[in-house]
Design a protein around this ligand. Structure first.
Ligand code: NAP
Length: 250
C-alpha cells in the first residue's frame, strides 16, 4: 500500500524536534508540502527545512508559541495567505511540568493545559475554518497513554491529554459529516528529549513492562500519523490509537 500525500498541505506544530520532526519528514516523503511550526528550536527547524528543500520537497518553517492565541492567529493568517488551504493538521506540540499533586502550582497546571489542550483547540478551530470550504481534512492529535494509565506527578499532563482525547471525539462527531476526520494517537514511552528524564530515572523498570521489549521510536508514531493523514483512513474518525509496544496492557 502506497500512502500518497502529493498536493496536500500539512501543518505540524512543534515539528522540528522529536516525534514532530519525524512526522514532518515522513509527511514530506509522502509528498505533502509541510509547514513546520517551532517555538524555540529555530536551528533544528531550519536544518530540517533545508534537508527537505534539498530533496526538492516544498517546506517552510514558522515560529509561533502555540500557547499564545495571538501567535496561533498569526501562524494561520500566514498559512491562509501563502498556501490558501490546509489539508492536514498535526497537533503535536507538547510540554510536561511534572510534580506531585500537593506541590503542583496553578502555573504548572496552566502551562501544560495552555499548550497541550488549549493550543490544540485553537489550531483545530483555525484549521477547520480552512478545511470546511473543501469538504475535506485530517486532524491528528498527539495525546499520550498518560491519559489512560495515570502517572505519578502527571495530574496536569494526564488531564490535558485526557481532555485532548475527549476533544478529538467531540470534534469528530461534529465534523465527520463535513469530510473532516479527527483522530488521536496515544504514544507510550518514545525516545525523545521529553522522555529522557524518566527513562534515565526508571527506564529499566519501565522496559520490563513493555511486551515488545523496547522503547518506541518517533518513527513508530509518525508512521501512524501518515496513515491517518491519508485517504486510506477516510473511514476512521474519533478514535484514540495507542502506540506503546503493549505498555498500557501489561
Ligand atoms: P519533545 O522532543 O520534547 O518536543 C516537544 C516539541 O514541542 C518541540 O518540537 C517543541 O518545539 C514543541 N513545543 C514546546 N512548547 C511549544 C510551544 N509553546 N509552541 C510550539 N511548540 C512547542 O517531545 P516529544 O516527545 O517529541 O513530544 C511530542 C508530542 O508527543 C507531545 O505532545 C507529547 O506530549 C507527546 N508524547 C510524547 C511521549 C514520549 O514518550 N516522548 C509520550 C506520549 C506523548 P521547540 O523546541 O521549537 O520549542
Amino acid at each position: 500500500m502506497r500512502l500518497d500525500l502529493s498536493g496536500k498541505i500539512a501543518l505540524i506544530t512543534g515539528g522540528s524536534r522529536g516525534i514532530g520532526r519525524e512526522t514532518s519528514l515522513l509527511l514530506s516523503q509522502a509528498g505533502a508540502r509541510v509547514i513546520i511550526n517551532y517555538n524555540r528550536s529555530k536551528e533544528e527547524a531550519e536544518r530540517i527545512r533545508d534537508e527537505m528543500v534539498r530533496r526538492a520537497a516544498e517546506a517552510e518553517i514558522f515560529q509561533a508559541d502555540i500557547a499564545k492565541p495571538q501567535e496561533v492567529k498569526a501562524l494561520f493568517e500566514h498559512i491562509s495567505k501563502t498556501c490558501k488551504r490546509l489539508d492536514i493538521l498535526v497537533n503535536n506540540a507538547g510540554v510536561l511540568k511534572d510534580t506531585l499533586l500537593l506541590s503542583m502550582e496553578l502555573s504548572d497546571w496552566d502551562k501544560v493545559h495552555d499548550l497541550n489542550l488549549r493550543g490544540a483547540f485553537l489550531c483545530t478551530k483555525f484549521a477547520v475554518e480552512m478545511m470546511l470550504p473543501h469538504h475535506s481534512g485530517k486532524i491528528i492529535n498527539i495525546a499520550s497513554i498518560g491519559a489512560i494509565k495515570g502517572g505519578r506527578g502527571q495530574t496536569n499532563y494526564a488531564a490535558a491529554k485526557g481532555g485532548l482525547i475527549s476533544f478529538t471525539r467531540a470534534c469528530a462527531d461534529e465534523l465527520s459529516g463535513k469530510g473532516i476526520q479527527v483522530n488521536a494517537i496515544l504514544p507510550g514511552m518514545i525516545v525523545t528529549e521529553m522522555s529522557s528524564r524518566v527513562r534515565k530515572r526508571a527506564g529499566e523498570s519501565i522496559l520490563k513492562n513493555i511486551p515488545s521489549g523496547r522503547f518506541g521510536e518517533p518513527i513508530d508514531v509518525a508512521n501512524l500519523v501518515v496513515f491517518l493523514a491519508s485517504d486510506k483512513a477516510d473511514y476512521i474518525t474519533g478514535q484514540s490509537i495507542v502506540v506503546d509496544g503493549g505498555l498500557s496492557i501489561s
